[in-house]
Design a protein around this ligand. Structure first.
Ligand SMILES: *[C@@H]1O[C@H](CO)[C@@H](O)[C@H](O)[C@H]1NC(C)=O
Ligand SMILES: *[C@@H]1O[C@H](CO)[C@@H](O)[C@H](O)[C@H]1NC(C)=O
Length: 278
């Protein structure tokens, strides 16, 4: 049987699992990402700025890190769950995208009044909260942050990870005019995404789904897969056992299966974005 010809370079990259250097010494695409850049606990390192009356949490990459220079023309527009930028885990994920080499920014989607960390607290009405934060209110905030990244920060390629509530806006902002949309998206356990919003995407999207998710059930997920297939755009859908809705942000870190899933969903997003940038 003929032996398939595999270059020494690719053997090396399989053996060592890392980025193989090209002849010019630069890393080639499809680089590995070190999971240690993900922080789930600790103190955020970014800062809050206010632009057009919208608070945005920004975290900048380390200019001296080898990952930064090849990603300098791209930036991450992080779209939060209902807990917003008030939630430590959201800020830490933004910081983690910055450690992946990207300028990363998360707009406050809720004007300083996100859902409480425990949505079951008496007095919090989820239905009312979601009704107050429909696309009529949320689209303009995302659009302002996107324009800020392109026009003020000089970001050429905008990559949007979105979680739960924010996942829907990843789909919404993958549609429309080039200037008004993001270049690639990632959505973890997205909720309330309409079929029309999936059908309208004009760019690549990667999805990470939970096994147990009342908002993205197995039935809805398979419908999403089928619709994604019809868009003709690159897509990816992964499913993690032992997880619930929200796992990519708020996982029980004591639970090895959940911790793995959170890490893997983050690495999935970074690798997906790298694919269109590096
Ligand atoms: C700025 O936003 C706050 C809510 O975050 C709102 O109460 C205020 O009216 C806004 N100001 C302007 C000038 O739009
Ligand atoms: C929650 O808000 C919805 C919509 O405004 C309302 O119909 C419902 O009665 C509220 N529920 C409670 C428990 O207040």
């Amino acid at each position: 049987m003929p032996v398939p010809s595999i270059s020494l370079l690719s053997i090396a990259s399989v053996l060592f699992g890392g980025a193989a250097a090209g002849s010019d010494g630069k890393p080639q695409s499809c680089q590995a990402v070190d999971a240690s850049i993900l922080a789930s606990t600790g103190t955020p390192v970014g800062e809050e700025i206010v632009h057009n009356n919208i608070t945005m949490y920004i975290s900048r990459p380390d200019a001296n890190d080898v990952r930064t220079e090849p990603r300098a023309r791209a930036g991450v527009l992080y779209l939060t769950d209902v807990f917003g930028i008030a939630l430590n885990e959201n800020k830490l994920l933004v910081d983690s995208f910055a450690r992946a080499g990207y300028l990363a920014l998360a707009p406050d989607l809720f004007s300083g009044s996100p859902a409480p960390g425990d949505i079951n607290v008496p007095g919090f009405n989820t239905t009312e909260f979601l009704a107050r934060h429909g696309p009529d209110v949320t689209d303009p905030v995302v659009a302002t942050a996107l324009a800020y990244m392109r026009d003020e920060l000089g970001v050429e390629l905008v990559l949007a990870p979105g979680y739960c509530f924010g996942g829907r806006y990843v789909f919404r902002f993958l549609a429309g005019d080039r200037e008004a949309r993001v270049d690639a998206g990632f959505a973890a356990h997205p909720s309330m995404v309409g079929d029309d919003e999936i059908e309208a995407i004009a760019g690549p999207v990667s999805v990470a789904a939970a096994e147990n998710d009342a908002l993205l059930t197995a039935e809805l997920r398979s419908e999403m897969e089928s619709l994604l297939g019809q868009t003709g755009r690159p897509y990816q859908v992964t499913l993690f056992s032992g997880t619930q809705h929200g796992f990519a942000v708020r996982a029980d870190l004591e639970d090895a299966e959940q911790r793995f899933a959170k890490e893997e969903a983050f690495l999935q997003a970074v690798r997906w974005f790298d694919r269109f940038v590096v």
